[in-house]
Design a protein around this ligand. Structure first.
Ligand SMILES: CC(=O)SCCNC(=O)CCNC(=O)[C@H](O)C(C)(C)COP(=O)(O)OP(=O)(O)OC[C@H]1O[C@@H](n2cnc3c(N)ncnc32)[C@H](O)[C@@H]1OP(=O)(O)O
Ligand SMILES: N[C@@H](CCO)C(=O)O
Length: 353
């Protein structure tokens, strides 16, 4: 098959996978089945050796060619003419996968606050169920950033030799007290919303605005704000950065649910590749895939040393760095550097691209 044929039909399909059995979670609780929304972008006939699986970050969705448009798309680095590109909406998120607003099959009503705790391991396990359902025997590359990187690392461990390349960007092997602290502060903002506790879809919406504003401070860097949010005129109130954070808070609260935000930040807190596996170093040594970790020099949330730690402890690990004034979110923005880093990695490992 000529994967580069101009006649090749490129499918861009959003689908939903239904897992009907009981899904046991790390907490000991379970879900009475779940669904995962996913997109397959590219050649549906592509061989398993051409499957690229990409995870989104905290508030992303399955439409990877939209939120990572600089890297995924026709004539981009991950080109659907060449690859079968799969992206899911992670379990717990509100873009089509089972989340706290989904109907609980056992009660016929939304879970709301009864939704069980998820861990990154549970989220990776759900991806594994989808892989089995799709009959994908082998994955060429698994990529993820931030929360998506944590889930990707968990799944990398579980996939063993079914995976060739794992690319973990701005993430870590175990959540730090710093990350958990910021997540707790954001959940406190949600809890302070007087609608929190009500069984309505909009519960915690104002709190979510404040939570996103706190989050933005960790996704950017002081230099980003100095460059774009400094006030030129002398003033005593109504600063530019205030309007920026208000805007960002509203923008997220208008497209996301506080209940999902709660569950996903809790999952991020739970992340620990080494739990029950003799610690992170031992778990990392058990990874079979060729590993690239990418740190960001200005990341204040997931420090670059946490990415370095992963590659240093894997049997076949390489580290690269994005230099950016943008901070943590640089992995969603600095396409040119990512292109160079990815290309170098595949060339370095010889058998890849
Ligand atoms: C359905 C979905 O949308 S989900 C999929 C998309 N989202 C994801 O995948 C999540 C990951 N993506 C992201 O987090 C972001 O999109 C990023 C990091 C890639 C880019 O962040 P942005 O918010 O676009 O960039 P930035 O921080 O520069 O802010 C720019 C926005 O703030 C506005 N803004 C900038 N300064 C100010 C200010 N002082 N006051 C008010 N608004 C301001 C800009 O007008 C712009 O608005 P817009 O988003 O409506 O165009
Ligand atoms: N900006 C990212 C969060 C951190 O990766 C998102 O909204 O998904």
């Amino acid at each position: 098959m000529n994967l580069n044929s101009p006649l090749l039909e490129i499918e861009d399909k959003s689908r939903v996978f239904h897992y009907e059995d009981r899904y046991l979670l790390e907490s000991g609780e379970d879900l009475a089945g779940f669904q995962i929304a996913y997109t397959i972008y590219g050649n549906p006939e592509a061989l398993d050796s051409h499957v690229i699986w990409i995870n989104h970050a905290l508030t992303g969705n399955a439409d990877v060619h939209e939120w990572w448009s600089g890297l995924v798309g026709e004539d981009k680095f991950y080109d659907p003419k060449q690859y079968k590109i799969i992206c899911t909406n992670l379990l717990g998120s509100c873009y089509g996968s089972t989340n706290p607003l989904s109907s609980n099959p056992e009660t016929g009503k939304p879970y709301f606050y009864q939704f069980p705790q998820l861990t990154t391991r549970d989220m990776a396990g759900a991806l594994e169920k989808l892989r089995e359902h799709l009959g994908v025997e082998h994955i060429h590359t698994l990529v993820g950033g931030s929360l998506g990187g944590q889930v990707a690392l968990e799944w990398t461990y579980q996939l063993g030799s079914r995976l060739d390349y794992s690319i973990i960007i701005a993430a870590n092997a175990k959540s730090t007290p710093w990350i958990r602290g910021f997540n707790e502060a954001q959940r406190m903002a949600i809890q302070a919303d007087c609608t929190w506790g009500e069984e309505i879809a909009e519960a915690g919406k104002s709190g979510l605005r404040a939570a996103r504003a706190i989050g933005m401070l960790t996704y950017r860097h002081p230099d980003t704000f100095q460059q774009s949010q400094d006030d030129m005129e002398e003033k005593l109130d109504n600063y530019k950065v205030s309007s920026y954070l208000q805007y960002q808070g509203k923008k997220l609260a208008d497209r996301f649910h506080a209940l999902s935000y709660w569950v996903l930040t809790k999952a991020m807190d739970s992340h620990d590749l080494g739990r029950g596996r003799g610690g992170t170093e031992r778990a990392l040594q058990g990874i079979k895939a060729k590993m690239l970790t990418v740190g960001i020099d200005t990341d204040q949330l997931f420090r670059k040393e946490e990415s370095q730690y992963i590659s240093e402890n894997c049997l076949d690990g390489k580290y690269s760095e994005i230099s950016s004034s943008y901070g943590h979110d640089a992995f969603l923005i600095e396409y040119e550097q990512l292109h160079y880093i990815l290309k170098s990695f595949y060339l370095y490992t010889e058998n890849g691209k």
